[in-house]
Design a protein around this ligand. Structure first.
Ligand code: SF4
Length: 266
């Protein structure tokens, strides 16, 4: 463990702890993302069982990044448990109902042990657990490149601007198009990415219309990926070429071609 880790973990004086605890309780009431009235309580109930200050983690592992402009690079994945959405094609439903409460310091230690420059927080929905923000900041300060995959349904305001966002815009066939938080669009940086997951021609046409209406190509990078088993890579490639759009990058979910598409932890 490095000297800086030791310093970060040194307990603060009792008076500061007390003030911090009071502030934390207030922030919990104000900021807890799952308290939003549109979020079905039963989908996020598991989060209420974790001890204060911990994150509910489904798995931490190292693999190749399968998507985004970082595809192909070794990456440590921190998969957080629980999601408030239910995309019809979701490939991580196993993260909905299981998890281990972990102290942020222990997560950081496990991530650093991989000695990998790239770290991705994914889920589930990472932004349901606000404790993720100081952890991401610490890893950025450790010199890591931090990616955050999010559904696009939650406020991006608290995210450190050094984090590289990969935000979904949910297409109609996901069943969750109503959850797109359009107020997030102005918060995206040129280095961030918007991902569309395409399950049908309807989704593809919606993506093109959305990109044009919101001039998304001028805002950040755009990714289109096909739902494995619903739209073939060839179909998506042909649709993209026919559309005339020049700035939507097609991507394949690399890990599903390398390993078994149902495999976990890859
Ligand atoms: S947002 Fe992601 S984790 Fe949540 S249901 Fe959709 S695909 Fe699954």
């Amino acid at each position: 463990m490095s000297a800086s880790v030791h310093l970060v973990n040194r307990p603060p004086p009792a008076t500061i702890l007390q003030a911090t605890a009071t502030r934390s309780r207030l922030l919990f009431l104000i900021e807890t993302p799952w308290m939003h009235p549109t979020i079905p309580a039963h989908r996020v109930a598991l989060l209420t069982t974790r001890p204060t200050g911990t994150l509910l983690i489904h798995e931490i592992y190292r693999s190749l990044q399968g998507e985004s402009s970082y595809a192909g690079l070794p990456c440590v994945f921190v998969r957080l448990s629980v999601c408030d959405l239910r995309c019809k094609w979701c490939d991580t439903p196993h993260a909905f109902g299981q998890g281990t409460p972990m102290d942020p310091a222990a997560i950081r230690e496990q991530v650093l042990a991989f000695d990998c420059p790239l770290v991705e927080f994914t889920g589930g929905e990472p932004l349901l657990q606000p404790e993720i923000h100081p952890l991401m900041r610490q890893l950025l300060n450790d010199g890591k490149t931090v990616l955050l995959e999010t559904s696009g349904a939650h406020d991006l305001t608290p995210v450190d601007p050094r984090v590289h966002l990969i935000m979904d815009l949910k297409c109609p066939d996901s069943g969750e198009v109503a959850r797109n938080r359009w107020e997030n669009l102005p918060l995206l940086k040129p280095s961030d990415e918007i991902k569309f997951v395409i399950a049908s021609r309807v989704d593809f046409d919606w993506m093109i219309a959305t990109v044009r209406e919101h001039q998304l190509a001028e805002r950040c990078s755009l990714l289109a990926s096909a739902v494995f088993g619903s739209v073939t890579p060839l179909q998506l490639a042909n649709w993209l070429l026919e559309s005339g759009e020049q700035k939507i990058r097609m991507q394949l979910q690399l890990h599903k071609y390398i390993w078994d598409p149902q495999a976990r932890g890859v």
